[in-house]
Design a protein around this ligand. Structure first.
Ligand code: KPL
Length: 301
């Protein structure tokens, strides 16, 4: 399969690198990373150790392939959709954090849009070197739910390359479950500069559980079946299996980058307001991370 990964940072490089063992992969990445991959190849360290040689570029315009995998930050989805639209793809798979990315892609593109969740831990250590810090899995399927032959084919391609992948017909509720996981883990570990295990232990565990339960409440008000028990079990399972990992938001704060707070805790607050569900913990976490972003000069609203 011909695959282009748009936004090859930590997760995108790991997924693209593993796929490159079996498929024809192009990484669209920042200059230094693209240069390193072009000259020395991509080294995957940690659990999925490999040396691979995907193509790499900084310019995603006008590309053609069977599949576009989107791993850009949620606040860049609109602009990457415009870039993808200048090329030609049969299918697009969003492997992003937060909600609403698939709708943005679907409204800009003719291709079939798949939603996916990924729980692999990944850190881009240096240009050309990505570390797999935790084996996870990918769940993907039609973004509106239901059966999709294209999702089956993509699932087979991913599994064949060595990524543990399940094809699901209930992606809307899987996305809410992933949102509940990220709402519980990301902002807390970012603000406290801790690894994911921090949310399993006092005193952060109560805060993480409250943020997760609020998210499940909003999901139910939105018509999705997600009990507090299921959401908490998912959050704790992911925190355990990625205990020693640094969440993507904690990585963003470490390097002074804008975060995905708007698409995670911020989304829970906004949707909660629309559906008349109180979300005090998500509101507090969102306010604190946004305050940090303003202080860093990486947001101005
Ligand atoms: O998705 C993640 C993230 O860091 O954004 C988790 C699952 C929390 C892994 O760290």
């Amino acid at each position: 399969m011909e695959i282009v990964v748009f936004g090859a940072g930590s997760l995108g490089s790991l997924v693209g690198g593993v796929l490159a063992r079996e498929h024809d992969v192009t990484l669209v990445a920042r200059q230094a990373h693209a240069d390193a991959v072009r000259t020395r190849g991509l080294r995957i360290e940690g659990s999925l150790e490999a040396e691979v040689s995907p193509a790499a570029t900084t310019d995603g315009r006008g590309l053609e392939a069977d599949l576009a995998v989107v791993t850009v930050k949620s606040f860049d989805t609109e602009s990457i959709a415009e870039t993808i639209a200048t090329g030609s793809f049969d299918a697009v798979l969003s492997l992003q954090n937060g909600m609403g990315n698939e709708e943005v892609l679907a409204s800009a593109l003719d291709a079939e849009v798949l939603a996916g969740t990924a729980t692999y831990g990944a850190i881009l250590q240096r240009p050309g070197i990505v570390e797999c810090t935790g084996l996870g899995k990918i769940v993907l399927g039609d973004h509106r739910g239901g059966h999709s032959d294209v999702a089956d084919a993509v699932g087979e391609a991913f599994s064949g390359a060595g990524l543990e992948t399940t094809v699901a017909e209930d992606m809307p509720s899987r996305l809410w479950e992933k949102l509940a996981v990220n709402a519980g883990i990301n902002a807390i570990t970012a603000l406290t500069e801790t690894e994911n295990r921090a949310v399993l232990e006092p005193p952060a565990d109560d805060v993480a559980r409250a943020a997760t339960k609020e998210t499940a409440r909003v999901a139910r008000a939105d018509g999705v079946e997600l009990s507090n028990r299921e959401a908490l079990a998912a959050m704790e399972r992911v925190a355990e299996s990625t205990a020693a990992n640094t969440s993507s938001m904690a990585q963003d704060l470490q390097v002074g980058r804008r975060t995905e707070i708007d698409a995670i805790n911020g989304y829970v607050v906004d949707r909660g307001e629309t559906l008349a569900v109180e979300t005090p913990t998500n509101r507090l976490l969102a306010a604190l991370v946004r305050t940090w972003e303003r202080g860093q000069g990486v947001r101005d609203d």
